[in-house]
Design a binder for this molecule. Sequence first.
Ligand code: URA
Length: 244
Amino acid sequence: MYNEWKKYNRKKFLKSLERKGMQVHLITHPLILEELTRLRDKSTNRFEFRHSLRRMGELLTYELLRFGKIKKIPLVTPLGKSHGYKLEDGYVVVPVLRAGVPIAEGFNAMISSVEIAFVSCWRDKDLSVVVEYAKVPDISNKQVIIIDPMLATGHSLCAVYETLRRFGKAKSWKILAVIASPVGLKEISKSFPKGTDVFICALDDSAFGKDFLGPGLNSHGYIVPGLGDAGDRAYGSPLKLSKK
Ligand code: URA
């Protein structure tokens, strides 16, 4: 792994993804950077952390929908006939439990017609991924947006994608994350179809060493500097029950 990433260069790496048909949108709007700062800061408490994730959801939805198709609709104002606009496509957002939930709430606050699916995913000690729960509507011909704040190894997103594909043929796939690692981006570029758009607020690729899986990703699959365990920071650490 170390040798594979030794010559990493951000610009060249993003270009290579583009050639494979995956576009990474690094969103650096000042309001998003302010929220990112709150999320990274270890002194941000749980309530504030969830609030910032939700706000991120609203802001990222705004950015993502710059590319949204609209259709013209007739309407009547109090003074006469006019027309307005409506989003043309149906959207399904899929927060990956747990940390994707506040971001999806932000998305939901911005688009009244959005459908929400739920998928739970957890990582075993060997970083393999188990999808345990999936409640998903028909995604045929809809724009599917998978939300996971931390795109670390990319294994969760690939497992979620494999699960979602069973619920119809989506019109397009989008991924919304707060922080990504190059390892995760490379991994998902192998599984997701050409034309997949990835929206992130930061690409953590500066910390690297022999015990890292790649730039910005330590051997435990955590993004460095990242923001820690997003699920735990949003909802607290779950109690680990001993096996009977
Ligand atoms: N999931 C997290 O919550 N944080 C990381 O750094 C990586 C995966």
